[in-house]
Write a protein that binds this ligand. Structure first.
Ligand SMILES: Nc1ncnc2c1ncn2[C@@H]1O[C@H](COP(=O)(O)OP(=O)(O)O)[C@@H](O)[C@H]1O
Ligand SMILES: Cc1ncsc1CCOP(=O)(O)O
Ligand SMILES: [Mg+2]
Length: 260
């Protein structure tokens, strides 16, 4: 399914998406999903996640502000997604920063995410190839992480996306690069986390590789449009949300995507 067809499916189906994200991302991720056309629900309690995941079109898990009760709930939700065949997306925010966080990311990876989305440092570190991230921010180039993405995709049987100035996506066999966006995007906190949540929404309506490319293309288009009118991170945020919403099926420039 092409990015425009995927956007059409997203708008038609408006899937319910179970988002387990961090305190920083909670609001912007929900707003990004609503603007794009999905229906987010931020639900974290250990007591209810296993009942909620199966009624959703997708689950997204982000370890940004992790704590033991959240990790317990995340592991339960991932298990529930597997049992119910619900696609799920993992965002291993800054997993290299502490042993606790790294162990959590590896435990979650054991539940076979459908899609793994991170910045270059996160993807490199997850494959054991080093990586020089500074907390949630990447310190590595996307190009340096491509081999790691292919290795992770092959080893774990998932789609892997590395984001940055030019995004890279692979399922271990096919690869796509997506251009666009704006240099202001990493200046807005939790925009990557919001992208992970939106990737889940697309995974609810189309297969994982196409879903990931569609989410990245939607972000690239809205980011580029917002960058033309924004004067700083504050106005960029509001224009970005507006453009996520204003973009219609047919408006996504599919020339941004190069397959190999
Ligand atoms: N320099 C850049 N130019 C254009 N788009 C960018 C740039 N850096 C990041 N992006 C975009 O910002 C979004 C979030 O990616 P990124 O900043 O890598 O994630 P994270 O916040 O998890 O580190 C993605 O859509 C990515 O394409
Ligand atoms: C600043 C911060 N601290 C813990 S999670 C988080 C948000 C990270 O968001 P992103 O990965 O999208 O930059
Ligand atoms: Mg991130």
């Amino acid at each position: 399914m092409t990015p425009n067809a995927a956007l059409d499916a997203l708008r038609t189906q408006a899937p319910l998406v179970h988002c387990m994200t961090n305190y920083v991302a909670m609001n912007i991720a929900a707003n990004v999903m609503l603007a794009a056309g999905a229906s987010p629900a931020m639900i974290h309690a250990e007591e209810e996640v296993a009942d909620f995941t199966p009624i959703c079109g997708a689950l997204t898990i982000n370890i940004g502000t992790l704590s033991p009760p959240w990790l317990t709930a995340m592991l339960k939700a991932a298990g529930s997604a597997n049992t119910a065949s619900v696609p799920w997306v993992l965002d291993p925010v800054a997993h290299f920063a502490t042993p606790y966080r790294g162990d959590a990311a590896r435990q979650l990876l054991g539940f076979k995410p459908t899609i793994l989305r991170g910045n270059a440092s996160e993807i490199m570190a997850l494959s054991g190839a080093g990586g020089a991230g500074k907390g949630a921010d990447s310190g590595d180039e996307v190009a340096a992480a491509k081999d790691s993405a292919i290795t992770l995709a092959t080893t774990h049987g998932c789609v892997v996306a590395i984001t940055g100035p030019v995004d890279f996506v692979t399922d271990g066999t096919r690869q796509a690069e997506i251009t666009g966006g704006d240099a202001m995007m990493p200046k807005i906190t939790a925009l990557g986390c919001a992208l992970t949540a939106l990737t889940g929404a697309y995974a609810a309506v189309t297969p994982p590789l196409e879903a990931t490319v569609a989410a990245l293309t939607h972000f690239a288009e809205a980011g580029e449009q917002a960058g033309k009118v924004a004067s700083g991170p504050g106005s960029f945020s509001l224009h970005f949300l507006d453009h996520l919403h204003l973009i219609q099926p047919g408006d996504l420039d599919e020339g941004r995507v190069t397959w190999s």
